[in-house]
Design a binder for this molecule. Structure first.
Ligand code: NAD
Length: 447
C-alpha cells in the first residue's frame, strides 16, 4: 500500500520503516530539512536498537523515502499518517499546533479520497478537529473530496521501538467507518498474522485509550515510589516488598520498580494532558494529580539523599564536590533526554556548587546539544573515566553495563567512597562490603 507519514521522530520514523519492511511503499515527510537530508544519506538522527540497518535497507530498496515536500508525500499516499509531536502547552494540555498544521497541509493538497490516521498522542476530540480543519481547507478550495480521520495511537516504547512496532501486542483502531477500518486492517495485516491484535473501537475511545495506558503505567511507578519513601522511613527494604507483591498475578512484575522518577517525552506530558482534559470536562483528576506530584518530588530524591549524606559529615555540603553521574538518558537503550531525571539532578548539583563528570552509553551527543560547553560539566568516554577524580557516584539510568561494576575499583576512585543508586541496581551489603557507603531508593534497613 502507498503510505505517507508526517513526522520522522521516534514514532514516525519507526512506523514508516516497519511499514516499508513488510513491503509497503512509504514516503516520510518532515519540515526539518537537515533531518530529511541526513535520512536520505543513511544518517538516522536517533538511537533505537535495530533501526539504522532497517532504514538503510528499505531506503536502498526504494520502499522508504524522505522528503520535505508535503505535496509530493500527499500525492503518494492513500493512507496519510500524522506522527508529529504534541508537546505540553503552558497549561499542561497537549499543544496541537503541529497536528493542526499537518491537517491544513493535507486539506490543501489532497486530490483523491484518503484515510488520515492520527498516530500522535492527542486529546479526545482531536480527530474531529482534524476533520474540521481539512474540511475548511477543502471548502476554501471549492473541492469536495471524501476522506476519513482515524485514531490509531502508538504504544511503542523507546529503546525497543522497532521490536514493539514489528510485534505489537495490540493495534488500536478508532473509527466509525467500515471502509477505513478495512484499509487499516489491510495495512497492518503483516503484523496481525498469528493472532488477532486489532482492537477496533470508536474514535474517542481510541484517543482516550492511549492516555489511559500511559497514565496507568505512570501510576504504578509513582505508587511504588511512594511505597519506597515509606519503606525508607520505617526501616523496610522496598526491593523485598517489590518481590513480595510482584508475584501476585493481579499486580505483576512490570512497572513496580522504584527509582529516581519517570521522565521521557510521554508519561509526564500525557499524565498532565489527561488531567487537563478531565478538569476541562468537570472531572477532578485527583489520582492523576497525585501521580504527577509524587513524580515531581521523586526526581529530587537522589539529591536529597546526597544532601543528607554530606550534611551529616563535616563537609560543607556539596559545594566543591565532584559527582560522577552514570546515565543521562531518561531510560536505557535510548538517547532521549526529554524530562530525564538526570537533568533535574544535574541542575540541583550545579545549584549546590558541585561539579559533574557524566557518562551515558548513547546520550552524550544529546547532552552536549542541550548544555553545550559549560562549566562544571565534563562528559566522559566511559563509566570508569567518569568516576576518576570524583568524590561520589550517582547512578541515574539503569543501563545494563552499569549492573556489575568493580566495587574495589570504585572504592579506589571515589574520594568520599559513597554511591547513590537511583535505580536500585546493587545490593547494599555488597557495596558496603567494599567499603563504600550506599544509598538507594526505599532501602531502609532495620539492622
Ligand atoms: P518527535 O519530536 O521525535 O518527532 C516529531 C517530528 O515531527 C519532528 O521530526 C518534527 O520535525 C516533525 N514535524 C513537526 N511538524 C511537522 C509538519 N508540519 N510536517 C512534518 N513533520 C513535522 O516526536 P515523537 O517522539 O516521534 O512523538 C510523536 C507523537 O507520538 C507524539 O504525539 C507522542 O506523544 C506520540 N508518541 C511518542 C512515543 C515515544 O516513545 N516517543 C510513543 C508513543 C506515542
Amino acid at each position: 500500500m502507498r503510505v505517507c507519514i508526517f513526522g520522522t521522530g521516534y514514532v514516525g520514523l519507526v512506523t514508516g520503516t516497519c511499514l516499508a519492511e513488510v513491503g509497503h511503499d512509504v514516503v516520510c515527510v518532515d519540515v526539518d530539512a537537515a533531518k530529511v537530508e541526513g535520512l536520505n544519506n543513511g544518517i538516522v538522527p536517533i538511537y533505537e536498537p535495530g533501526l539504522t540497518p532497517m532504514v538503510k535497507a528499505n531506503h536502498a530498496a526504494g520502499r522508504l523515502r524522505f522528503t520535505t515536500d508535503a505535496g509530493a508525500g500527499i500525492a503518494h499516499g492513500d493512507v496519510l499518517f500524522i506522527a508529529v509531536g504534541t508537546p505540553p502547552d503552558e497549561d499542561g494540555s497537549a499543544d496541537l499546533q503541529y497536528v493542526r498544521e499537518v491537517a491544513r497541509t493535507i486539506g490543501r493538497h489532497i486530490e483523491r479520497p484518503v484515510v488520515v490516521v492520527d498516530k500522535s498522542t492527542v486529546p479526545v476530540g482531536t480527530a474531529d478537529k482534524v476533520r474540521a480543519t481539512i474540511d475548511a481547507e477543502l471548502t476554501a478550495r471549492g473541492a469536495g473530496i471524501d476522506f476519513e480521520v482515524v485514531s490509531n495511537p502508538e504504544f511503542l516504547k523507546e529503546g525497543a521501538a522497532v521490536e514493539d512496532c514489528m510485534r505489537p501486542d495490540r493495534i488500536v483502531i478508532g473509527t466509525s467507518s467500515a471502509s477505513a477500518l478495512e484499509t487499516l486492517r489491510r495495512l497492518y495485516a503483516p503484523f496481525n498474522r498469528n493472532h488477532e491484535r486489532i482492537v477496533a473501537m470508536d474514535v474517542r475511545s481510541a484517543e482516550l485509550t492511549k492516555y489511559a495506558a500511559n497514565a496507568m503505567l505512570a501510576t504504578k511507578i509513582s505508587f511504588m515510589n511512594e511505597i519506597a519513601n515509606i519503606a525508607e522511613q520505617v526501616g523496610a527494604d522496598v526491593e523485598m516488598v517489590r518481590k513480595g507483591i510482584g508475584s501476585d498475578p493481579r499486580i505483576g512484575w512490570h512497572f513496580i520498580y522504584p527509582g529516581a522518577g519517570y521522565g521521557g517525552s510521554c508519561f509526564p506530558k500525557d499524565v498532565q494532558a489527561l488531567a487537563r482534559t478531565a478538569a476541562q470536562h468537570g472531572v477532578q483528576p485527583r489520582l492523576l494529580e497525585a501521580v504527577e506530584a509524587v513524580n515531581a518530588a521523586q526526581k529530587g530524591h537522589l539529591f536529597e539523599l546526597m544532601q543528607r549524606h554530606y550534611d551529616l559529615g563535616e563537609d560543607e555540603g556539596l559545594r566543591g564536590k565532584t559527582i560522577a553521574v552514570w546515565g543521562l538518558a531518561f531510560k536505557p537503550n535510548t538517547d532521549d533526554m526529554r524530562e530525564a531525571s538526570s537533568r533535574r539532578l544535574l541542575q540541583q548539583l550545579w545549584d549546590a556548587g558541585a561539579s559533574v563528570r557524566a557518562f551515558d552509553p548513547e546520550a552524550l551527543a544529546e547532552t552536549r546539544r542541550i548544555y553545550g560547553e559549560r562549566e562544571h560539566l565534563v562528559l566522559c568516554g566511559s563509566a570508569a573515566d567518569a568516576v576518576e577524580g570524583a568524590d561520589a557516584l550517582a547512578v541515574v539510568t539503569e543501563w545494563k553495563q552499569f549492573r556489575s561494576p568493580d566495587f574495589a575499583m570504585l572504592k579506589e576512585a571515589l574520594a568520599d567512597a559513597v554511591l547513590f543508586d537511583g535505580r536500585n541496581l546493587y545490593e547494599p551489603v555488597e557495596v558496603e562490603a567494599a567499603g563504600i557507603a550506599y544509598y538507594g531508593i526505599g532501602r531502609g534497613r532495620s539492622l
